[in-house]
Design a protein around this ligand. Structure first.
Ligand code: GLA
Length: 372
């Protein structure tokens, strides 16, 4: 793949539509540093953007969406099709549902966010499309509004009941910072995360496991959390405290305990980052993983193996990131420790009968932007 996602989208637009795009925009994938399965419980999360992006070049046209990666063209639709075009179609639909006048467009997409790995390639395509359209049509919508619009497209058009984290991260993150989001008030604060200055890197391992359970397991977890909140008589688990757990049993108790302790970990992690205490931050990542594994039950043997190998290689912290049920884990460590970890992964995973993870090194990258 030659050039940035933005250059590739622009070239694809020229090649497919024989014209100059009126707008080029791009948006990144994300990793969640801490705060898992808390967003839909009105809690706290702290993701950062990664330096992998989806770009779109677009202009007025004959209702035509082209993907340079899939090499296929489809019209935008007014109902879900199960194809990648549901994401841009969902954005067009959501804008029109809010009363905006949106003309037919032609658009070319190109990107390098790994798909189906839990790095939010879907939020990236939504965010890039929403930002480009808002720019093209001079809608003057703030980024928070665009993120909510993307979530509406994802929930109501694509049909995935995700929280707000991924779209907020893609649209509001900035380079060299994590984003602390309060998912109830929807306020977000940038927290400096200069990994290079701290001599650290983020190593992400994609376990390459089918995430077939992701949709059903995710929705079940949401329902259990809602039931637990109902039992406790609170609007969401954000309002529950450790003492309240006495009133719960079984699954509801374990899921609620994860959410309550994870919210506290996110706030402690933000405090640790503000003070430059990466050791404390890393310890909270390990604690988050244990809670996701034991109480929330969304880890897998491959994710556990990655975290275990990361610890053995001297990582300050490691945890599964995203919804779980496969997908990615992230480790915070020195570049030399990252090299050591990468070297041991193939044999350690082979010994467990697991495929070796695909690894990516990330820094905290820039959020969505208009390139033209
Ligand atoms: C997925 C969802 C997010 C969030 C995470 C779990 O990534 O899209 O909204 O719920 O799972 O933390």
């Amino acid at each position: 793949m030659l050039g940035t996602a933005e250059e590739r989208a622009r070239r694809a637009y020229h090649a497919r539509f024989h014209a100059e795009p009126e707008c080029v925009a791009s948006a990144p994938g994300r990793i969640n540093l801490i705060g898992e399965h808390t967003d839909y419980n009105g809690g706290h999360v702290m993701p950062c953007a990664v330096d992998r992006r989806v770009a779109v070049a677009l202009g007025h046209g004959q209702n035509s969406l082209y993907s340079a990666d899939f090499e296929e063209t489809h019209a935008a639709t007014t109902a879900r099709t199960g194809r990648w075009t549901d994401y841009p179609s969902g954005i067009l639909w959501a804008l029109r549902a809010r009363g905006h006048t949106v003309p037919d467009i032609q658009a070319a997409f190109a990107g390098d966010v790994p798909r189906g790995a839990g790095l939010s390639s879907s939020a990236a395509i939504e965010a890039a499309t929403a930002l480009a359209l808002a720019h093209l049509l001079a809608l003057g919508l703030p980024r928070q509004e665009l993120a909510l619009l993307c979530q509406q497209a994802e929930n109501a058009f694509v049909g995935v009941k995700s929280g707000i984290m991924d779209q907020y991260a893609s649209l509001l993150c900035e380079a060299g910072a994590a984003l602390l989001i309060d998912c109830r008030s929807l306020s977000a604060q940038l927290i400096p995360l200069d990994l290079a200055a701290a001599g650290l890197t983020l190593l992400v391992g994609d376990t390459r496991q089918e995430r077939t359970l992701a949709a059903t397991g995710y929705n079940q977890r949401r329902q259990t959390c809602e039931r637990a909140a109902l039992h406790l008589g609170v609007a969401s688990l954000r309002d529950a405290h450790l003492e309240d757990l006495r009133a719960l049993r079984g699954e509801e108790l374990r899921r609620a305990r994860h959410v309550i302790t994870e919210n506290a970990r996110v706030l402690a992690a933000a405090q640790a980052l503000r003070g430059g205490d990466f050791a404390a931050f890393g310890a909270l990542m390990y604690a988050s993983h244990a809670s996701l594994r034991d109480d929330f039950a969304v880890s897998t043997p491959a994710l556990d193996a990655f975290v275990q190998r990361a610890r053995a290689a001297g990582a300050l912290g490691a945890r599964l990131t995203g919804a779980g049920f496969g997908g990615c884990a992230v480790a915070l460590l020195a570049p030399t420790a990252a090299d050591a970890l990468v070297a041991t992964l193939p044999s350690a995973f082979a010994a467990r009968g697991l495929p070796s993870p695909t690894v990516y090194r990330f820094c905290a990258a820039a959020g969505a932007r208009v390139a033209q």
